[in-house]
Design a protein. Structure first.
Lengths: 109, 111
């Protein structure tokens, strides 16, 4: 079993749609959680950190469920520019980042 | 501007010819790391460094070396590159327990 698992997609959605991605992690001692965005052939960029209480940044909402060991990302009112791969990232002891395989989102006009 | 700089961005070379990919960060970060990204396998960590003169193996260290003589630099060395090391490589840095900042990537092709 992979340490961080994501549905690879692709998720094909129309502009304006709401889309949600989930991610599960296996290490119950994981300390911090992030969502990164990666465009084709580009470097991953931090989208948002994920906090236990849940957090929102504009159209993006992230949730963490420690008991079930999953993280979610909700994107409302999808834009064409949201098309990218979204990486679920878990920080473990020793500053070790473990990446999920990524979920590809394609937003269509 | 805060950044992580990798060089070269692209390199095509031949099996067995030693090469070094440089990585430099200007954010005074303690932590630096190298990843490779391959289709279907995602990002995998090669080596990381918690601070100067402290380096450790990641998930896929075979065939690679690193050094951390200065805080800002973390070069990745391929002593005898092989075709299975053809990949997209990313360097990253951060402060402890903070999200990592990535360089632009280096695309290596080993023929």
């Amino acid at each position: 079993r992979k340490e961080v698992e994501q549905d690879p997609g692709p998720f094909n959605v129309p502009e304006g749609a709401t889309v949600a991605f989930n991610c599960t992690y296996s290490n119950s001692a994981s300390q911090s959680f992030f969502w990164y965005r990666q465009d084709c052939r580009k470097e991953p960029k931090l989208l948002m950190s994920v906090y236990s209480s849940g957090n929102e940044d504009g159209r993006f909402t992230a949730q963490l469920n420690r008991a079930s060991q999953y993280i979610s990302l909700l994107i409302r009112d999808s834009k064409l520019s949201d098309s990218a791969t979204y990486l679920c990232v878990v920080l473990n002891a020793g500053n070790m980042l473990t990446f999920g395989g990524g979920t590809r989102l394609m937003v269509k006009p | 501007e805060a950044q992580v700089t990798q060089n070269p961005r692209y390199l095509i070379t031949v099996t067995g010819k030693k090469l070094t990919v440089t990585c430099s960060q200007n954010m005074n970060h303690e932590y630096m790391s190298w990843y490779r990204q391959d289709p279907g396998l995602g990002l995998r960590q090669i080596y990381y460094s918690m601070n100067v003169e402290v380096t450790d193996k990641g998930d896929v260290p075979e065939g690679y070396k690193v050094s951390r003589k200065e805080k800002r630099n973390f070069p990745l060395i391929l002593e005898s590159p092989s075709p299975n090391q053809t990949s997209l490589y990313f360097c990253a840095s951060s402060s402890p327990a903070q999200p990592q900042h990535f360089g632009d990537g280096t695309r290596l092709s080993i023929l």
